[in-house]
Design a protein around this ligand. Structure first.
Ligand code: FAD
Length: 432
C-alpha cells in the first residue's frame, strides 16, 4: 500500500515536516491535495486572488513532482468525498499531514481521522507551520499564556537549534510513488476566474537588518510582505525564524513570535474568533452605521491615512501593519462599529489573511483582546499620519486627490467628538 501525504497550507516539497516523515516511512508516498468545496463555494469573489495563488502553487508542486517521476493527485470536492475517491482508487496503508489549527480545520481533521481509522488507516499529523505548537510554550502551571511578553520569554528559553533546523526532505525524494494522476480541475470548473494580481515574492532578507527602524513607515518598503507565503506554506517558518535568530536585529523574530502567540491564543480560546477575549467588551453598544461602514470600506472617510490604507487593501490585498492598526482603531473606536465587521472585511480582502493574527490584531485595536491597547488610548488619525507618513509619500500614492484639499471629502466624523463618544460607550459597558 501507499502512504498518502495530504497537502493543505504547506505547499512545498522542501523542509516540510509531515512530508518528511511520510517519505521516511519507506512506503511509496502519494501526494494529494483537495480543493475544498466547503471553503471555495463560500467565497463570494469569484476572482479571489488567494484561490489563484493556491492554484499556481499547486501547479508548481505538480510540475516538480512530475520531474521526480511522481505526480500530485488533485481533487475538487468536500474533504470527505475526496478521501473516498482516493481510498477507492488506491491501496492506502497510511496517511500523513501537518497540523492545521483553525477551528474549521481542526473539526475537519477530526472527522477525516475518524473515518480513516474506521478503515484501519492512521492519520499521522505533524507540527510544521510554527516553531512551537499550541502546547509547547505554556506557563509553569500548564495553562496558556495570555500576555505576550512572558510568552515570548518562555518561547526564547525553550528554543534550541533543533527547532530551527530544516527537514532534509530531498534525501528521500526517491520514495515518491511513481504514478500519473488525472488532469487537475481547472479554475473555471471550480467556478473561479484567474486573478491578475501580482503576488509578493519570497524575499525577506533585504528588510531584516533595518526592520525595527523601517517597519512602521508605510511609505517605504520596510516590511517583507511574505505573509501570503507563510499562510500557504510556500516558505518554511524554520527558515525565517532561523535567519531571525542569527540576525543582530531581533525585531523580526519578535514579530514571528507574535504570530505564534496569536495562534496559541486562538487555539486555547476558540470563542475569541467572534467574541471578545475580555467578555465585558461584548456589552459595548456599537453604533454600527452601515453608511459609515461602507465609507470606511471604500476609503472615503475623509481621513487620508485611513483612506489610503483601505484603498491599498482593496487594490492589492495588502495593507501595511501600522495602517492596519490605524484603520482598525478608527472603525472600532471613532466610528463605534463592531470590530467583527472589520475583521470580516479584512478576512475577505487580505492575501495574508490568518484568522489568529487578524482576530488578534482587531481585538488589540478594539481594546478587547489579550495584550490590548487600553480603551482610553484612542489613535488620533492625524497625529498617526504626521508621525508615520510625515512626507505624505504613502498618502500621495493612494489618495492622490488629497493634494487638492477642495476635492477631498470632509471627515465623516469629528475625531474629538468620536473620542468622547467612544470613552462613554466603553465606560458604560465596562463599569456595569
Ligand atoms: P513583516 O513585517 O515583513 O513580518 C513578517 C511576518 O511576521 C508576517 O508576514 C507575519 O507572518 C509575521 N508578523 C508580523 N507582524 C505581526 C503581527 N503584528 N502579528 C502577527 N504576526 C505578525 N497578519 C497576518 O498574517 N494575517 C492577518 O490576517 C492579519 N490581520 C491583521 C489585522 C490587524 C487589525 C492588525 C493590526 C494586524 C494584522 N496582522 C495580520 C499582523 C500584521 O499586520 C501582518 O502580519 C503584517 O502586516 C504582514 O505584512 P508583512 O508580511 O510585510 O510583515
Amino acid at each position: 500500500g501507499v502512504a498518502v501525504f495530504w497537502f493543505r497550507r504547506d505547499l512545498r516539497l522542501e523542509d516540510n515536516a509531515g512530508l518528511y516523515y511520510a517519505l521516511k516511512s519507506g512506503k511509496p508516498v502519494l501526494p494529494f491535495f483537495i480543493f475544498d468545496k466547503e471553503i471555495l463555494d463560500d467565497l463570494k469573489d469569484k476572482d479571489d486572488a488567494r484561490v489563484t495563488f493556491i492554484y499556481q502553487a499547486i501547479e508548481e508542486l505538480k510540475a516538480a513532482l512530475k520531474k521526480l517521476g511522481s505526480d500530485l493527485l488533485v481533487v475538487y470536492d468536500t474533504p470527505e468525498y475526496a478521501w473516498k475517491k482516493v481510498l477507492e482508487k488506491y491501496s492506502v496503508a497510511e496517511a500523513y499531514t501537518n497540523h492545521d489549527y483553525e477551528p474549521y480545520a481542526a473539526q475537519r481533521d477530526t472527522q477525516i481521522a475518524a473515518s480513516l481509522k474506521g478503515r484501519g488507516i492512521a492519520l499521522k499529523t505533524y507540527k510544521d507551520q510554527v516553531i512551537f505548537d499550541r502546547g509547547e510554550v505554556l506557563k509553569d502551571d500548564s495553562k496558556p499564556y495570555t500576555v505576550f511578553t512572558p510568552y515570548k520569554r518562555k518561547w526564547l528559553e525553550t528554543l534550541k537549534p533543533f527547532y530551527l533546523t530544516a527537514y532534509p526532505n530531498k534525501k528521500y525524494f526517491k520514495n515518491f510513488y511513481l504514478f500519473e494522476a488525472p488532469a487537475m480541475p481547472t479554475l473555471k470548473e471550480m467556478g473561479f476566474v484567474k486573478s491578475d494580481r501580482v503576488f509578493p515574492d519570497k524575499e525577506y532578507r533585504d528588510v531584516m537588518d533595518d526592520y525595527s527602524k523601517t517597519r512602521d513607515y508605510p511609505g517605504i518598503k520596510g516590511t517583507s510582505r511574505i505573509g501570503i507565503h507563510l499562510r500557504f506554506g510556500t516558505v518554511s517558518i524554520r527558515q525565517l525564524a532561523s535567519d531571525g535568530n542569527s540576525c543582530n536585529e531581533k525585531t523580526w523574530l519578535n514579530e514571528l513570535i507574535w504570530r505564534e502567540f496569536y495562534m496559541m491564543v486562538l487555539y486555547h480560546f476558540p470563542q475569541t474568533m467572534d467574541h471578545a477575549f475580555r467578555p465585558e467588551y461584548d456589552r459595548i453598544q456599537w453604533v454600527n452605521d452601515e453608511k459609515q461602514f461602507e465609507a470606511w470600506c471604500k476609503g472615503e472617510t475623509g481621513y487620508p491615512i485611513v483612506d489610503a490604507g483601505m484603498r491599498e487593501l482593496n487594490a492589492t490585498g495588502y495593507m501595511h501593519n501600522r495602517v492596519r492598526m490605524i484603520t482598525a482603531s478608527f472603525l472600532s473606536k471613532d466610528l463605534l462599529i463592531d470590530w467583527r465587521w472589520g475583521e470580516h472585511y479584512f478576512a475577505q480582502k487580505l492575501l495574508d489573511y490568518e484568522m489568529a493574527s487578524n482576530v488578534g490584531g482587531w481585538q488589540w485595536a478594539a481594546g478587547s483582546g489579550t495584550d490590548a491597547a487600553p480603551y482610553f488610548r484612542i489613535f488620533n488619525p492625524e497625529s498617526q499620519q504626521k508621525k508615520f507618513d510625515p512626507d505624505l509619500k504613502y498618502i500621495k500614492k493612494w489618495v492622490p486627490e488629497y493634494a487638492d484639499f477642495t476635492k477631498y471629502p470632509r471627515p465623516i466624523v469629528d475625531h474629538k467628538f468620536a473620542r468622547e463618544r467612544c470613552l462613554k460607550a466603553f465606560k458604560a459597558a465596562l463599569n456595569r
